[in-house]
Design a protein around this ligand. Structure first.
Ligand code: DCP
Length: 229
């Protein structure tokens, strides 16, 4: 007997032929991922899936994002375990449009954030190993394929300023060194190929102001949407 799955079909869960062109937008905290998503959401053939930050801020009343920043040694693993689950939901979510545009991915959580927390002593070896075993199981057996990564590369000094300006309360105590370490890990993963890369990478310099960034998005529309429009 086949087990009935509540939300995902077996075809979606198993690695199978890809139906969609899936693009993930990556970049450090405050690099402008949401701006890019908002820009491309106006195209009919694109379905945008935003990172579930609001879920992380309210898990049955608990603000896990806040707990993670306030006491990372206690909460980093719990937080990243939940991020992994909610990101998997985005990877598996079925969409109608030919292009599926996702904010971040399981991969940046693994190779940038978790790596940083572990190297910085905020996750124990046991916690890191449990996280990595889940990651391995998910990426080996479920359909988390992506076709393109758009990397918004930004100077961490700029990001530090932007984060202060947007004043998301949980992020106000983020030290500059944290952004610098995350920047180096994004670079290591996306440009220096120190970790496995699931797709080709389009690098966009994201240091510019908003109007210049919108122009860049327009110039790169066909690259980002695989000329499907
Ligand atoms: N975060 C984390 N671990 C992850 C993913 C995110 O600790 N695996 C944290 C970092 C930020 C918050 O969650 O405090 C949101 O992170 P993002 O950089 O993904 O999103 P932003 O909203 O900062 O993106 P942007 O400003 O580029 O639109």
């Amino acid at each position: 007997t086949r087990i009935e799955l509540p939300k995902y079909s077996l075809e979606m869960l198993e690695k199978g032929p890809k139906a969609k062109f899936t693009v993930c937008v990556e970049g450090n905290i405050g690099s402008g991922k949401s701006t890019l998503l908002e820009h491309f959401s106006k195209f009919d053939d694109v379905e945008v899936l935003q990172e579930p930050v609001e879920k992380w801020r309210d898990v049955r009343g608990c603000n896990l994002l806040d707990l993670m920043y306030k006491d990372p040694c206690r909460w980093a693993h719990t937080f990243q375990a939940y991020v992994q689950m909610t990101m998997l939901e985005l990877h598996l979510q079925s969409t109608q449009a030919p292009v599926k545009l996702i904010e971040r991915s399981l991969y940046s959580a693994r190779y940038c954030f978790v790596e940083n927390l572990y190297k910085g002593g905020k996750m124990s070896s046991a916690e890191y190993s449990v996280y990595c075993e889940w990651y391995k199981m998910i990426t080996q057996h479920l359909n988390v394929n992506i076709d393109l990564i758009v990397y918004l590369k930004t100077d961490p000094k700029k990001l530090y300023k932007r984060i202060k300006e947007r004043s998301r309360s949980e992020e106000q105590a983020i030290p500059f060194q944290y952004l610098e370490a995350l920047h180096n890990l994004h670079e290591g993963w996306l440009t220096e190929k120190k970790y496995p890369l699931p797709a080709p990478v389009l690098v966009l310099d994201a240091n510019d102001n908003l109007s210049t960034m919108y122009k860049k998005f327009e110039e790169h529309t066909s690259d980002i949407l695989c000329q499907k429009l």
